[in-house]
Design a protein around this ligand. Structure first.
Ligand SMILES: Cc1ncc(COP(=O)(O)O)c(C=O)c1O
Length: 442
């Protein structure tokens, strides 16, 4: 099928022409009247703190709703996604020099949860099309100290969970999922968060499942729930009942403060009621965009196999800059001038970040440097060719299309097709003035 949108050959806005028009989204997140009433009631009643399900039924309610969504798994509501992830590692007793194989192409908190456990991230490269961890590179990175694989479902795309589970099982490793950007994404009928030994999700205000600030851990293992609770929630949780007797002597207030605010527990419950409808809307809009871009030449969305249902927190494109003959940054500048903002979400492989380089570190002291030094880890100059390719060629944009908004999708397609139709002018511009300023997250 050909797109109904004819590519505009009129002059690019970057070169002084008229912009197509600004891309704007409906307000997001949207809280229902019921959510607003319930949270107001919590404040009126002064129910602003509390640890466990017994003292705050709203926490129990949220954990039950989230558990049902994830096939009946144990759920621990937390103060943030980072808290959920670190609770997952602690619940699995991963710490103290253990190696965790993971991706260098993600948000830093996917990695800092490992560092804060005094464990050691081991970076393997990602797949070019999606930026997700490449399962085929994992086995070569396994050592006797490897304890876990931590996969991130970045931009709402589910990582290859079946393959990851098989590798983890073969080598007796734990599988941890970071679903912070992918609530409700599915692969082969399985929701993210339901395949690993534990998963952490962020529910900060900009996420698919938005509260103000919170998160949750999901696990099939009851002991992981309790051990995760012990590091972040203190003995208040123990009064809920059910804590294994052997853990009780170690349950105290030597904790990170990772408990969820009751206010956010209510928002978790209410937001989960509409997530599936919102995901369906995001997917419908992406299908429409794909149909309009079917004749596009240079800017591509990944092709997912059958059975993959991303949740599209962000849209991630890659530019074939060799074929286009211009850099991603000039392409992005042309999109922006027309009204469509895009950035490279990951500005560099995380392994390049100075705060991991104990060898020549000159910044404020951080706790994990001594762990990395003791292990002799050297992250400087890891090759990671696909990660580096994506750092130069990927373009991301927010995509909170939870209300019908076909005209805005058509406008995105119109802008992309207009820029592609004018690629010769952009080549000339770049030859004359050099590439535009980097289109990366600041
Ligand atoms: C992939 C990923 N992991 C972890 C986190 C951490 O979540 P939070 O900010 O709620 O701690 C985020 C949040 O942006 C994220 O995008």
């Amino acid at each position: 099928m050909s797109s109904t949108i004819a590519p505009a050959t009129s002059k690019l806005a970057l070169l002084g022409g008229t912009p197509v028009g600004k891309i704007s989204y409906p307000k997001f997140p949207v809280f229902t009247d019921r959510a607003i009433e319930r949270t107001a009631e919590m404040l009126r009643a002064g129910k602003t703190f509390g640890v466990g399900r017994k003292h705050v039924p709203e926490i129990g309610e949220a954990e039950e709703v989230i558990s049902q969504y994830h096939g009946g798994r144990h759920v621990l509501a937390t103060s943030s996604g980072h808290a959920a992830l670190q609770s997952a590692l602690a619940g699995l007793e991963i710490c103290c020099g253990d190696e965790v194989i993971t991706t260098p192409y993600t948000w830093g908190a996917s990695i800092s949860c490992i560092l804060h456990q005094n464990a050691i991230p081991v970076f393997v490269d990602v797949e070019r099309d999606t930026g997700l961890i490449d399962p085929e590179l994992i086995e070569a990175a396994i050592t006797p100290r490897t304890r876990a694989i931590l996969a991130v479902h970045l931009f709402g795309q589910p990582a290859k969970l079946k393959r990851l589970r098989a590798i983890a099982d073969k080598h007796k490793l734990m599988l941890i999922e970071d679903g912070s950007q992918a609530h409700g994404a599915e692969i082969d009928g399985q929701k993210v968060g339901t395949v690993g030994d534990a998963a952490g999700f962020s529910c900060m205000g900009g996420k698919l499942l938005a509260t103000t600030e919170s998160g949750y851990m999901v696990t099939p293992h009851e002991s992981v729930y309790w051990k995760g609770a012990m590091i972040g929630q203190h003995m208040g949780r123990a009064t809920d009942g059910g804590m294994p007797a052997e853990l009780k002597p170690y349950c105290d207030s030597l904790v990170y403060t990772y408990r969820v605010a009751p206010f956010n527990a209510v928002l978790l419950t209410e937001q989960f009621k509409k997530i599936d409808a919102e995901l369906a809307s995001r997917r419908r809009h992406v299908d429409l965009l794909r149909a309009h871009l079917v004749d596009g030449k240079f800017l591509k969305l990944p092709n997912y196999g059958a059975g993959v249902k991303p949740s599209f927190h962000l849209l991630s494109f890659t530019l074939d800059s060799a074929a286009a003959g211009i850099t991603r940054d000039t392409f992005s500048a042309a999109l922006k001038a027309e009204g469509f903002n895009t950035i490279g979400y990951v500005p560099s492989p995380i392994s390049d970040w100075p705060r991991l380089h104990w060898q020549d570190y000159a910044g404020p002291r951080v706790s994990w440097l001594s762990t990395l030094e003791a292990a002799g880890v050297d992250y400087r100059h890891l090759p990671l060719p696909n990660t580096r390719w994506r750092v130069d060629n990927a373009l991301e944009t927010g995509f909170d299309m939870v209300e019908p908004n076909e005209p805005m999708v058509e406008r995105i397609a119109e802008i992309i097709l207009k820029v592609e139709a004018n690629i010769d002018e952009l080549r000339d511009l770049e030859r004359r003035d050099g590439p535009s300023a980097p289109a990366v997250r600041g």
